[in-house]
Design a protein around this ligand. Structure first.
Ligand code: FE2
Ligand code: FE2
Length: 222
């Protein structure tokens, strides 16, 4: 097993333990669901609005609109979980906002101007990496929630199924505008690297934050 593989496995074990502890309290549940709402509503640079204009193909523009509407619906689903559990939406500190962190790290998204085919490809590669993370992580959150609240667990699984469909949207539009399959795969690789770095940084910051709040009790191994 390579070093990066074992580091990644160790991180995933910590994350599973972390999620289990987090959903055990109302404050932890509110925090986790608030992060999910924030992530689904994280389109601060109006990326989808820009894509809808830049994607000059009626069928593909329709996919952009459907994708945007799905994300808005996901935020509503998570808001519904908060309401059903009698919890309030909590402010999410900037350093725990994955999408914003990714924007800051790449100089993209928040300030991005999406006009050219190259811009569209880069944007869809990054969206693809974000969607893939959702597909990977939401079932884990669902598993943590299952013994606590089956409806919230089901919501995460349902959203995860949609995110899987969004991967196909990203692939279809990314490939359409990429000059070649190699160019698309290269864009995907770059985006995945950026997203992975942001995910680890934000994940560790979140563990630190929740530990400081006393929601989890936890030692991060040196
Ligand atoms: Fe979503
Ligand atoms: Fe999505």
């Amino acid at each position: 097993m390579s070093t990066s593989m074992s580091t990644s496995t160790a991180f995933e074990n910590i994350r599973t333990d972390f999620l289990t502890q987090l959903v055990a309290t109302d404050a932890g549940r509110a925090h986790l669901l608030s992060i999910s709402v924030e992530a689904e509503e994280g389109d601060e640079g109006d990326i989808f609005g820009q894509l809808e204009v830049a994607v000059d193909d009626r069928d593909l523009a329709r996919i952009v609109a459907r994708h945007r509407d799905d994300e808005a619906r996901h935020a509503q689903l998570f808001r519904g979980c908060l309401e059903r559990l009698g919890l309030e939406l909590q402010p999410v500190p900037d350093e725990l906002r994955l999408i914003r962190h990714l924007a800051d790290a790449t100089g993209g998204f928040q300030t991005a101007v999406i006009e050219t085919a190259e811009d569209i490809v880069a944007t869809y590669a990054l969206l693809h990496a974000i969607e893939a993370r959702g597909v990977e992580q939401f079932p884990r959150i669902a598993e943590a929630f299952a013994p606590v609240d089956a409806d919230t667990a089901e919501t995460y699984l349902r959203v995860s199924r949609d995110e899987r469909g969004h991967l196909r949207y990203c692939e279809r539009i990314g490939r359409h505008f990429a000059p070649s399959e190699v160019a698309w795969q290269t864009a995907l690789d770059e985006a995945r690297d950026r997203e992975t770095a942001a995910f680890f940084a934000v994940g560790l910051a979140n563990i630190e934050h929740c530990t400081a709040q006393g929601w989890v009790h936890f030692e991060v191994p040196a």
